[in-house]
Structure formats: C-alpha cells, structure tokens
Design a binder for this molecule. Structure first.
Ligand code: 13P
Ligand code: SF4
Length: 303
C-alpha cells in the first residue's frame, strides 16, 4: 500500500479504535511523523498514565510498552512488533537481583526503566536517564544502593553524585557502537559544534562530550543553547527528532552505526495491523504489575 494511503488508514483506524500512538525519540522518521506524542522514556510513561483513550499503540521497545501497561492497566496496550525488545533489559533477571539483595541487606534498589516488569517488582524506585541523578539523591546517605542494569549510566551517576553504588554489569549494545574516535572525528569536521552524548555511552566517550543527557534532556539543552551545530551521541533516530524540532540548527550523528535494531522494527504496516487486530497486547500479571507500579510511581513522585 502506498505510504500516504497507509497513513490515512492509520488515522481512520485510530479514531475508530479510540487509540493514541505514543512513540519514542528513536523511532523511524515515518513513525515519529504519525505519533500523537513523542518523547523519552519518562515522558512516555507520563503520557501513558494520563491518556484518556482506550488503546495505546506503543511505538518503542517492550519494556516501554510494559511500563505503559503497568501504569494504565485498564487500557489495551499494543506493541506493533512483539520482538522489539531491549537487550540491556534482558541482561538483568529478577532471581539474580533477589540473590544480590540478600547479599546486601538494607540496600535500596534503584532500577533503570530499561528493565523487565519482574525486575521492577523487586525494585524500590525506578529511574530514567532524565532523573537518575535526582532519584539517587533521594536515597538517604549511608544506605547501600544497588543499581542496574546499565553499568555505564550507573557509573556516570555515581561519579556525578559521589555516591558509591553496587552496579549490575548490563550495557546497551547500540550505545557501545559510539567510540571516542567518532567524537574526535566529528569535532575535527565540525569544530564549533556542541557534543551531546547519552549517559549509556562508554565513559571514554562521555569524557569527550560537552553534555551528558538523556534524549529529553538533549531537546531541552538545544532549546536553551545559543550554539548552531550539535553532534548527537546517541541512537540515530534522535537526529531526525532534533532536525524536525529545530529546523534552524544543524545536527550530526556521532556515528551512523549507533542504530537500535529493535526500535527500527516498528513500521507503518505493523502499526496499521496492530490497530486492526488490537494486538499484540502487552499485559503484565497483576501481582507483578502491582509491585512494579509502586517502584515506577515512587520515581514519578520525586521527578
Ligand atoms: P531516554 O529515556 O533518554 O529516551 O533513553 C531510552 C533508551 O532506551 C536509551 O537507549
Ligand atoms: Fe535498549 Fe539500547 Fe535500544 Fe535503548 S538503544 S532500547 S537501551 S538496546
């Protein structure tokens, strides 16, 4: 079906199904263009909680749709491709976390939202890239902190806050494709550009950046910055997002290889199909969802 016809079909189905389309900042351009709301993980969880529609079509990866399902259990949450997972989230399992908690009694578990519902259920408070520093600062001094799954976000937050943390060993394969040489090369090509990188990058990359920010933080930073050119050290979908929002500025990907294959699994055809069939549904077992919800709400309360 031609693209325009598909876009029109999605709009008609959306109205018929009473659906809202939420999309992450890394989604392919054609998905960003049809989204009702675009944002980072924190924005999207808030949009899901506040949505008045009956159906949420989540254009992102599984943990994000799961977070929406936990926050809006009365709604139908569909993920257009059920195979759109997050390898970092899959690096942490609830059984291993329970064992680690036993080894560190009295510790506070802070978990990045890039995690499964089962892991969130064993968590005291969640965080995203937008609020990780703030969340850590809410933990009383002297309390041991277990942080997972991202060792790079955790390491960066530990350095910024001066808090020592027991770090899980997870990481994002996509952000590890950004190397220090890429930043050095972009600085050579664009000497006046400001370099922004995501805290999921390797510390060797973060140390070369002007700012370390989540995707929502990057948008806010550009809004306030007098700079005209920016190097973007995160998944490449963010470059499209920034170019569209700030047409008078220039954005360059640190490397075109920082591409999250899971984020790119969502297509217009799959969105239309999801609206037609109201599937594949992402649902969380109520017992797990209830415990996971407490950890997510604890984060939303302090953010
Ligand atoms: P943000 O919350 O910064 O958008 O990050 C989500 C993510 O998956 C980063 O890889
Ligand atoms: Fe997961 Fe990395 Fe993809 Fe984000 S970019 S969804 S952390 S694999």
């Amino acid at each position: 079906m031609p693209k325009q016809q598909l876009v029109e079909k999605i709009a008609a189905l959306k109205a018929d199904r009473d659906a809202i389309i939420l999309a992450h900042n890394y989604q392919p351009p054609e998905i960003q263009d049809i989204a009702d709301k675009l944002g980072d993980s924190l924005d999207l969880s808030r949009f899901a909680a506040a949505a008045s529609e009956k159906v949420i079509v989540f254009c992102g990866v599984h943990f994000m749709a799961e977070t929406a399902a936990i926050l809006a259990p009365e709604k139908t949450v569909v993920l257009p491709d059920p195979a759109a997972g997050c390898p970092m989230a899959d690096m942490m399992c609830a059984e291993d976390l329970v064992a680690l908690k036993k080894k560190h009694p009295g510790s506070v578990v802070v978990t990045y939202v890039n995690s499964t519902a089962e892991v969130k259920a064993e968590t005291d408070i969640c965080c995203t890239s937008a609020n990780a520093m703030h969340v850590i600062q809410t933990v009383p001094e002297g309390k041991p902190i277990i942080f997972g799954p991202d060792k790079y976000l955790g390491g960066w937050v530990a350095e910024q806050t001066g808090r020592s943390m027991i770090l899980w060993r997870g990481y994002c394969p996509t952000h590890q494709k950004i190397h220090p040489e890429h930043i050095e090369e972009q600085r050579r090509i664009h000497p006046t550009a400001v370099v922004m990188v995501h805290p999921e990058v390797n510390p060797a990359v973060a140390s070369l950046a002007d700012a370390v920010l989540g995707t929502g933080g990057m948008i806010a930073y550009v809004e306030k910055s007098p700079a005209r050119e920016f190097v973007v050290g995160t998944e490449t979908g963010m470059v499209y997002r920034l170019r569209k929002k700030f047409p008078d500025r220039e954005f360059f990907a640190a490397t075109k290889h920082a591409l999250c294959p899971n984020m790119k699994k969502i297509t217009l055809e799959k969105v239309a199909q999801s609206l037609e069939s109201l599937g594949p549904v992402v649902a969380v077992e109520p017992g797990i969802a209830g415990r996971a919800r407490r950890a997510i709400l604890a984060m939303l309360e302090v953010s």
